[in-house]
Design a protein around this ligand. Structure first.
Ligand SMILES: Nc1ncnc2[nH]cnc12
Ligand SMILES: [Zn+2]
Length: 337
């Protein structure tokens, strides 16, 4: 029954790295198309390599995987495959991260990336009825000057990018390292978010809020180690884009039954559930919702609250949000748990 509810509710995804949706089958197809050889004999061998003991283990494989993306059509095919999959999960709106420096550092032009992703988004809106927006992330293991250059490259495409985020290796790379570039992004009118408190300490969440001035925290699960911070996040209704299967696969939690998500909800935090890098972590949004529902015994009210949070925290228009809330009411009545 919870299963039916999860499937049928209209949902948003606010934390998906589009390069992290590159399924092994598509990775091999693109490698073949572009004459690139991968250091794995088969799709199965590649999948077997997806055993991580920390964030950096994953990132090493993730950057290697994205090296098959060369042409505009590759970026189109990547985003299109994800959007079709998202539609099957009944997502109505997606805010999609992309990592331009993961491509420009390999000689792929910024315009190639953005043109391919944007074209898939336009087509998906027309033929799948799903809306998507792009959030450009700076790689925090690189220096701020590199992020500044990336922001300069993005400005001609300002109308195709809604926001700016911060991702990659968290430990040792505090948000404050990117203070100036985030200030510039704010002045240019971008929505701001940052990964913080995934592996990094609660101090990084404070910095993301107070130094970078972000409106949303990606992950943020380590906020639970600082009750003053929890109070602040709850009072301000700051959305946290939590990614349970990612946390499990990257050993941020060793057991989903111990995941802090339910405690976060109990503290009044605005928790949303998302997939992060679904091709690597074994689940899209519905699978993440199912997994936490099973492991933490979440019932109808908690699932509906999480899904409503995702809609509320999204960049959809007020009108789109009202429609989604009305559809939630309708589905809840119909499923009648
Ligand atoms: N979970 C994650 N944390 C930080 N950077 C990432 N880039 C892609 N996935 C990420
Ligand atoms: Zn992420």
């Amino acid at each position: 029954m919870i299963e039916t509810l999860i499937t049928r509710l209209p949902k948003c995804e606010l934390h998906i790295h589009i390069e992290g949706s590159l399924e092994p089958e598509l990775m091999f197809a693109l490698a073949r198309r572009n004459g690139i050889s991968l250091p794995y004999a088969s799709v199965e061998a590649l999948r077997r390599a997806y055993r991580f003991s920390k964030l950096q283990d994953f990132l090493d494989i993730y950057y290697q995987g994205m090296s098959v993306l060369i042409t505009e059509q590759d970026f189109y095919d990547l985003a299109w495959a994800y959007l079709e999959r998202a539609r099957a999960d009944n997502l109505v709106h997606v805010e999609m991260f992309f990592d331009p420096q993961g491509h420009t550092s390999r000689g792929v032009a910024f315009s190639t990336v953005i043109n391919g992703l944007h074209r898939a988004i336009v087509d998906a809106e027309k033929t799948l009825g799903i809306r998507a927006s792009l959030i450009m992330c700076f790689l925090r293991h690189l220096d701020e000057a590199d992020a500044e250059k990336t922001l300069d490259a993005a400005l001609p495409f300002r109308d195709r990018i809604v926001g700016v985020g911060l991702d990659s290796s968290e430990a040792g790379h505090p948000p404050s390292k990117f203070k100036r570039v985030f200030n510039r992004a704010r002045e240019a009118g971008f929505f701001l978010s940052a990964h913080a408190g995934e592996e990094g300490p609660p101090e990084y969440i404070w910095e993301a809020l107070d130094v970078l001035g972000v409106a949303r925290i990606d992950h943020g699960i380590r906020s639970m180690e600082d009750q003053v911070l929890v109070g602040r996040l709850a009072r301000d209704k700051t959305a946290l884009t939590v990614c349970p299967l990612s946390n499990l696969r990257l050993k941020v939690v060793d057991d989903l039954a111990k995941h802090p998500l339910r405690r976060m909800l109990d503290k009044g935090l605005m928790v949303t559930v998302n997939s992060d890098d679904p091709a690597y972590f074994g689940g899209y949004v519905n699978q993440n919702l199912r997994a936490v529902s099973d492991a933490l015994g979440l019932g109808r009210d908690e699932i509906v609250a999480i899904v409503r949070n995702g809609i509320e925290a999204s960049l959809m228009t007020a009108d789109e949000k009202s429609k989604a809330f009305a559809e939630i009411e309708r589905v809840v009545d119909e499923v009648n748990l």
